[in-house]
Design a protein around this ligand. Structure first.
Ligand SMILES: CC(C)(COP(=O)(O)OP(=O)(O)OC[C@H]1O[C@@H](n2cnc3c(N)ncnc32)[C@H](O)[C@@H]1OP(=O)(O)O)[C@@H](O)C(=O)NCCC(=O)NCCS
Length: 193
């Protein structure tokens, strides 16, 4: 049964069940949403991705959780915490990683920021993270905009080449933003202002 891990003004973050996985695939496995994530995924790739999300929850007690809108129960996407495990990013392996993916018709309404603030709160206040990173590719300006809006700092010294993707490619390099626990209270207040 799905368990609610955080509640915000407009959203619930919760663990996955089969129905929400199917709905997530329906609303987010689209060309626009998957633009910087390797394109629309086939069924095998989707199933493997859901297995990984379940495994993170089992291993760490956190994952990229389902994001549900409270007003109508709509599944908007995911947001949450995993640990860096990208092949090629060994220097960061084990570090708390925040991530997000929302359906296109939910973009631009502050939902991702709202879910990300709740996830960041959990990382620092509940899971005791000393710092959190976010990973993306140079072209994903929207994701980088959210990272900066959360007060995360671009750390070129931590960038790496993800061995899963061909080089040269627009999906390589993996670029890193980071925020430390001590900086989160002020960054949080600024993100909410
Ligand atoms: C990344 C994503 C979650 C952002 O969603 P969103 O709906 O734009 O997020 P929000 O409305 O909560 O806005 C987040 C903040 O970042 C800012 N932001 C968003 N895009 C930006 C951009 N291109 N440049 C600068 N800032 C930007 C917004 O201004 C907003 O701050 P505000 O509240 O002060 O206005 C969404 O675009 C998405 O799901 N993309 C597809 C999946 C994906 O690529 N995931 C990330 C993989 S690394």
């Amino acid at each position: 049964m799905a368990e609610v891990v955080a509640e915000t003004e407009r959203l619930r973050l919760r663990t996955w069940d089969d129905a929400s996985k199917a709905e997530f695939a329906r609303v987010t496995n689209t060309p626009a949403v998957m633009r910087w994530l390797g394109g629309v995924a086939d069924l095998d790739k989707l199933a493997a991705a859901f297995d990984r999300l379940d495994q993170y929850q089992t291993d760490f007690g956190h994952t990229f959780w389902a994001v549900e809108r409270k007003s109508d129960g709509a599944l908007l996407g995911f947001c949450g915490l995993k640990r860096v495990n990208s092949p090629g990013g060994e220097a960061l392996h084990g570090t708390f990683e925040i991530g997000w993916r929302l359906r296109e018709d939910a973009w631009g309404q502050g939902y991702a920021k709202e879910a990300a603030i709740a996830s960041m709160d959990l990382a620092f206040d509940h899971y005791g993270a000393s710092h959190v990173v976010a990973l993306t590719v140079p072209g994903n300006r929207d994701s980088q905009g959210l990272m900066r809006r959360l007060g995360m700092i671009r750390r070129e010294d931590l960038d790496f080449v993800d061995e899963r993707f061909p080089l040269p490619s627009e999906l390589n390099l993996t670029i890193v933003h980071r925020i430390d626990a001590a900086d989160w209270p002020a960054a949080r207040a600024k993100a909410l202002a």
